[in-house]
Design a protein around this ligand. Sequence first.
Ligand code: ADP
Ligand code: ADP
Ligand code: MG
Length: 480
Amino acid sequence: MKKILVANRGEIALRVMKTARKMGIKTVAVFSTVDRNAPHVKYADEAVCVGEAPSNKSYLLGDKIIELAKSLNVDGIHPGYGFLSENAEFAEKVEQNNITWIGPGSKAIRIMGSKLAAKDAVKDYDIPMVPGIDEAITDPERAKRIAAEIGFPILIKASAGGGGKGMRIVEQEKDLEDQMKRAISEAESAFGDGSVFIEKYIGSPRHIEIQVLSDTWGNYLHLFERECSIQRRHQKVVEEAPSVVLNEELRQKMGEAAVKVAKACDYVGAGTVEFLLDENKNFYFLEMNTRLQVEHPVTELITGIDLVEQQIRVARGEVLKFSQQDLKISGHAVELRVYAEDPLEDFMPSVGTLEKYRGPSGEGVRLDDGFEEGMEVPIYYDPMLAKLITYGKSREEAIQRMLQAIKDYEVKGVSTTLPFGKFVFEHEAFRSGNFDTHFVKKYYSAEKLQSQTEEEARLAAIIAIRQYLEDREQLRLPNN
Ligand code: ADP
Ligand code: ADP
Ligand code: MG
């Protein structure tokens, strides 16, 4: 493989290209008109415009991207995450055009892209599932009977959902019919598939997922877990590896279950099997994401394995060079997703110009970003500016480095989740490890963040005044 096209933008496009370059592979960037001067475009060896800003006129134009790839003699396409990464048809077309698809086979993408098909595929493999039904449901009366059996609250979920979208919690029977209708019509308009199903709503779960990796020679491995319980709108904002709640035994059990899920769909490459873990440490299969995940760096830091490199090697048909026994967890890593969102305004996207933008650096600090000072944050795409990841020998060290990195990170012009990150990493519940997916709902409010920020500003002012007075005192001394 001599040349790879990255069918994506922003931080993930850059992240993939960096590994390609490290491996001596040339890179091609695609970009929309608003991204013309973006870092991923400048970094690539070659870059081509695919179209207008809206993603359905650029980054989602699979056929056009394949044509461009052919005209530039590209050997492989890496889709990153989001956009075309979980589009089975695109994966197939890439291969039909004699270009290597750097991702799992279209069969695995298709099965796991539907939460219902996924449940169906793994049901013979002895994988624990969240109580509920494993088929689409439209009849409200039947839904009521099922809900009564599993007990309220329940969760109505869109089979084709993703990115935290397409879920509705129902607390009591009288709301079920109405909520179900809404869920179906929402699923139809958002995902083009109105299938919804019912799951028991687990009260105090942690989101724990397992990174899996397999080659085309039938070798399957897992690279341990990631804890992703700190979420807003059912979407992750803070992740870490390893999780503080898993012991060796449970880690091994969940790892083995994840490998079984991967085998159930003949998975090839890097993938993630997501589970919920309840208060009694029972785990349940949620879904599988058939792509590189946003939070993959925490796994890279604790295992020393470059997952993009492995994706490329596997796509080239190489055999994995290590076995399960070779893999060890070393140290601890935490990640904060730095979104251009206002944590004081219910995490509303905050677009604008990056009047000031300077990322942190230093020992144990990794910053995957795709923006520069002076750039606009476009309204057309996911508002994530960067992934900030820190590593330490211990969890405490990783957290301390994260707090320092957040402090050193300078962004002006848009609001970001940096202050929210600080709130989380300083919070007693996070520090102690005693938290679940309701962290934000339970502990966070805009007022708390505001008063914390004001208190710090007040203390900083006191320190500054004291320092000023001391300096003045010292300056006077020689005159006395
Ligand atoms: P991860 O599980 O990798 O942390 P997220 O759920 O945060 O993933 O999604 C990663 C990216 O993919 C984001 O840009 C998100 O908006 C996008 N995404 C994932 N699934 C979907 C979907 N079904 N529809 C739209 N966007 C999605
Ligand atoms: P998505 O495809 O949007 O990522 P998931 O099924 O992975 O959807 O769920 C996303 C998040 O929603 C989980 O991490 C968890 O916080 C919450 N969630 C999903 N299913 C349940 C459930 N049955 N009970 C409680 N919380 C759930
Ligand atoms: Mg998920």
